[in-house]
Design a protein around this ligand. Sequence first.
Ligand SMILES: NC(=O)c1ccc[n+]([C@@H]2O[C@H](COP(=O)([O-])OP(=O)(O)OC[C@H]3O[C@@H](n4cnc5c(N)ncnc54)[C@H](OP(=O)(O)O)[C@@H]3O)[C@@H](O)[C@H]2O)c1
Length: 321
Amino acid sequence: MTGQTAAVTGATGFLGTRLCDLLLEAGWDVRGLSRPTSDRGDLEGVDWHVGDLFDDETLRALVDGADVVFHLAGVSLWNATPEQVHRVNVDGTENVLEACRDVDAGRLVFTSTAGTRRPPDDRLVADETDVAEPVGAYQSSKARAERLVDQYAETDGEAVTVHPTSIFGPGDEAFTAQLLSMGVDPTMPAHLPGGLSIVGVSDVVDGIVAAAEHGVNGEHYLLGGENLTYNQAVSRIANAVDGSPARIRVPATAIHAAGPVAEVASSVAGIRMFPFDRQMAQLATKRLFYSSSKASEELGYDYRPLEAHLPETMAWYRSEC
Ligand SMILES: NC(=O)c1ccc[n+]([C@@H]2O[C@H](COP(=O)([O-])OP(=O)(O)OC[C@H]3O[C@@H](n4cnc5c(N)ncnc54)[C@H](OP(=O)(O)O)[C@@H]3O)[C@@H](O)[C@H]2O)c1
């Protein structure tokens, strides 16, 4: 696909920056959406379109003539209120689709989340068919946006949806920084009873490009990594970097009883940890494990173990966090 044009929303974010890097390296012409206030970092070679998801003119210019529209822009409860989450993730996605309908835009690849899927049972691994009842504003907004994208794929144009699990890599001050701090800092208060699928950012961007190239119109692809309990993840990080892992475990009963994990963590160690609410605290104690078999078979997707992503992530963590 070298020599083609990509339009990227969320180009200034953790994932978007890496995607732009990869596309530029592969010879794509890259247009990026940037808000006037966005930190564009040291991305060189991107043709910036300045505006946001609510500037119709900017969006149309961004996607017009693009071979692929990578829609990554979104907010979560880490950095926005439930109302903002709905507005950006649902209304913003509708605006991108509207712009694609209005002009000559190629295939859309929408980045949702694995959180709209869930294993039916703690002992099982979820796949794309395990559509879950959304928990919280973020999952609800992504589920709504997925339906808009599916509709678009049925009636208006080509679209595929990817569902990354928990993304690990340099530049992520939320999940990655917290997980690393649990692996290297013994004063951190908690590792949680549940588990999750941890995927390196470089594997996710490879998967997103593979979805653009090989994904089937209207289909959904989980882009996961290793399924690990928090305990395993923290121990593996500690072993690999010779760190001292967190010693104080927050028990599931404490999380369930106390409601928000933030309240539990602060009562255990006086440190505020997660912007989770009561329902999310329930989820945090579960094993949220995922299969990426469909992406592997249909897209040629592959992921590497946690240790493969540690050197560059630790280098970033030590210098920035
Ligand atoms: N990180 C994960 O573990 C993970 C897992 C699954 C799915 N995802 C999804 O992957 C996507 C990218 O996530 P990320 O971790 O890269 O997030 P991020 O670092 O917070 O980046 C979000 C991007 O969206 C942009 N954005 C937010 N509101 C906007 C608006 N109103 N108009 C235009 N742009 C706007 C941000 O612009 P500014 O630079 O101006 O803020 C930024 O470029 C999101 O859709 C997220 O839901 C992430």
